[in-house]
Design a protein around this ligand. Structure first.
Ligand SMILES: Cc1cc2nc3c(=O)[nH]c(=O)nc-3n(C[C@H](O)[C@H](O)[C@H](O)COP(=O)(O)OP(=O)(O)OC[C@H]3O[C@@H](n4cnc5c(N)ncnc54)[C@H](O)[C@@H]3O)c2cc1C
Length: 456
């Protein structure tokens, strides 16, 4: 009997979810992940309905030795939530969300997405920050850190994480928090999916009675890009900003003469009163004549416009941090994007600082608190040959922007190998994670991820 068959035999009792095999009608739709380029065919997909189901799958995988991938939102840039031939544990049916409005907390099952938790909390005028896409799973984004529109005001998602219900490699369900399992809780705040399967997350929620935000599209020049970064760095912490420097899509909300030209597609989010928001956003509006200005008061959910579930881009991407982004660096970005022949290419600039930087570096496994600016560089590819070319392009692009600061954010790493995982978890952070991994997952059952190798 194969390892997979042994695991499936074990799941024939004590598993209340759905097992989907290659012959099943739902197989192709279920194995699809967000990014294209990962056309993998798992031997089976186990869609869990409860923590007990997750325990059953973890036990079956451990005892049979079958390869196991864990999937929640399916947005892994590295394709880690699917695999060829093994078993995928799929949590997407576990979406229960319980908001305790009086305590300003919420427990959410990890099959929920960012938009689902955001909507549930906002019904009570409360919020927790995730990232810039509503379809991202709360499991992956939270366990890696969580850098989003409320970061400068309230920190990373992990800075609002109070507890994790975790199924460990040994098949136990543990409630992990700062009081009970401080070391493991430290590791779960940035260490990704290495330490077990999170089945529920408990968040601290913040009141958000007023919010202003949306998209501001500006011409991209060295001066406007550098000005955007300077404005975002100088803004009150209630404002978090992301600049996407990219060719303007041929959308009706952008003037025809801009289509195909490099623009700044800025996303601005102000967590506070409208009058203060106007003041904070004015410096961005003054950078140039906006092509489009959709920044307005409204619910926080307006930051998450509807997404096309059939959008599966194939992208080569790199993540890095920089200390400064002035006119010189902005010129390099524009020249490099201009010279690219990729159908789509982008430099995403996220200005951090604020509450992110106030948490001590050693307090969580996210080690890049002091880095003020995060960059994501990406180009779409079409064929395997083009993929090689675009991968080389992002590598060169990253090298051209390199400064004295190092580091990478684990949730934006592609499948780049152990050296880049070590960049995401440098020095003492990586050593501490490896020791905790050795305690809770000594055989590295959870290895389809940005892997931390257990070290005694
Ligand atoms: C369009 C897009 C926008 C993004 N924007 C942001 C952003 O603004 N800010 C940001 O911080 N990140 C962002 N990300 C990155 C995102 O945080 C990561 O891709 C994250 O891992 C996705 O989580 P997921 O649950 O959707 O992914 P999955 O692919 O399901 O999982 C990703 C990883 O987490 C592990 N994992 C999944 N579920 C569990 C679980 N229940 N328990 C333990 N481990 C688990 C998997 O093994 C895998 O290694 C974005 C990604 C995309 C594609």
């Amino acid at each position: 009997m194969s390892k997979l068959d042994t695991a499936l035999a074990a799941l024939s009792t004590g598993f209340s979810g759905t097992l989907i095999r290659p012959a099943d009608a739902a197989y192709d739709a279920t194995r699809q992940v967000m990014y294209g380029g990962f056309d993998r065919r798992p031997g089976a997909i186990a869609r869990a309905k409860s923590a007990a189901d997750v325990q059953a799958v973890v036990n079956a995988a451990r005892q049979s030795g079958v390869e196991l991938a864990v999937r929640s939102g399916g947005h892994s840039n590295a394709g880690h939530s699917t695999l060829e031939g093994g078993l995928v544990l799929d949590l997407r049916e576990m979406k229960a969300i319980a908001v305790d409005a009086a305590a300003e907390t919420a427990w959410a099952e990890t099959g929920a997405t960012a938009i689902e938790v955001t909507k549930a909390a906002l019904e009570h005028g409360l919020v927790v920050g995730f990232g810039d896409a509503g379809s991202v799973g709360i499991a992956g984004i939270t366990l890696g850190g969580g850098v989003g529109y409320l970061a400068r005001q309230w920190g990373l998602t992990i800075d609002s994480l109070l507890a994790v219900e975790l199924v460990t490699a040994g098949g136990r369900v543990r409630i992990v928090d700062a009081a009970h399992e401080p070391e493991l809780f430290w590791a779960l705040r940035g260490g990704g999916g290495n330490f077990g399967v999170a089945t529920r997350l408990k968040f601290k929620l913040r009141p958000l009675p007023e919010f202003t935000g949306g998209m501001l599209a500006l011409p991209a020049t060295p001066e406007t890009i550098a000005g955007f970064v300077a404005a975002a760095s100088a803004a009150p912490e209630a404002l978090s900003a992301i600049a996407n420097v990219m060719p303007a899509p041929p959308m009706p909300f952008l003037p025809k003469e801009a289509h195909g030209k490099l623009i700044i597609l800025g996303m601005l989010a102000f967590a506070g009163p409208a009058a203060e928001a106007e003041k904070a956003i004015a410096p961005f509006r003054a950078l140039g004549k906006p092509y489009a200005d959709f920044v307005k008061p409204g619910p926080y959910t307006q930051m998450y416009p509807p997404e096309d579930p059939n959008y599966h881009p194939t992208a080569a991407g790199r993540n890095m941090f920089v200390n400064r982004l002035g006119v010189g660096e902005a010129g390099t970005i524009l020249d490099t994007l201009e010279a690219s022949d990729a159908s789509f290419r982008v430099t995403q600039i996220r200005v951090l600082g604020g509450a992110v930087a106030r948490v001590p570096v050693e307090a969580t496994a996210y080690a890049h608190r002091k880095a003020p600016i995060m960059l994501n560089l990406a180009a779409f590819w079409t064929t395997p040959e083009d993929r090689v070319k675009q991968e080389a392009w992002v590598e060169r692009f990253m090298a051209s922007l390199k400064q004295e600061v190092t580091g990478a954010y684990v949730n934006f790493l592609a499948d780049e190998g152990p050296e880049r995982v070590a960049v995401a978890y440098p020095g003492a952070t990586g050593e501490r994670l490896a020791k905790i991994k050795a305690q809770v997952d000594p055989d590295n059952l959870f290895r389809h991820n940005q892997n931390i190798v257990p070290t005694k």
